[in-house]
Design a protein around this ligand. Structure first.
Ligand SMILES: [Zn+2]
Length: 67
């Protein structure tokens, strides 16, 4: 078992913030305590990372061709 990282936002908070997180990530605005908490969680949770990757793909698709 992995020890719980105190910065880990957890599945609930990550799911709630995921849309905002992806928008910030795609803009290159990788800052803020909440952002780090979600980033830590995504590095540890396969289920949330899958949701994140899907949302990134959808968001990029809505914005047109990726650069
Ligand atoms: Zn999770």
């Amino acid at each position: 078992m992995l020890a719980l990282d105190e910065r880990d936002a957890g599945c609930g908070a990550t799911c709630a913030a995921l849309e905002r997180y992806v928008e910030a990530e795609l803009r290159g605005e990788r800052s803020g305590a909440w952002f780090e908490g979600v980033a830590v969680h995504l590095s540890r949770c396969t289920a949330c990372r899958t949701d994140h990757d899907g949302l990134v793909a959808v968001t990029k698709g809505m914005e047109g061709r990726p650069t």
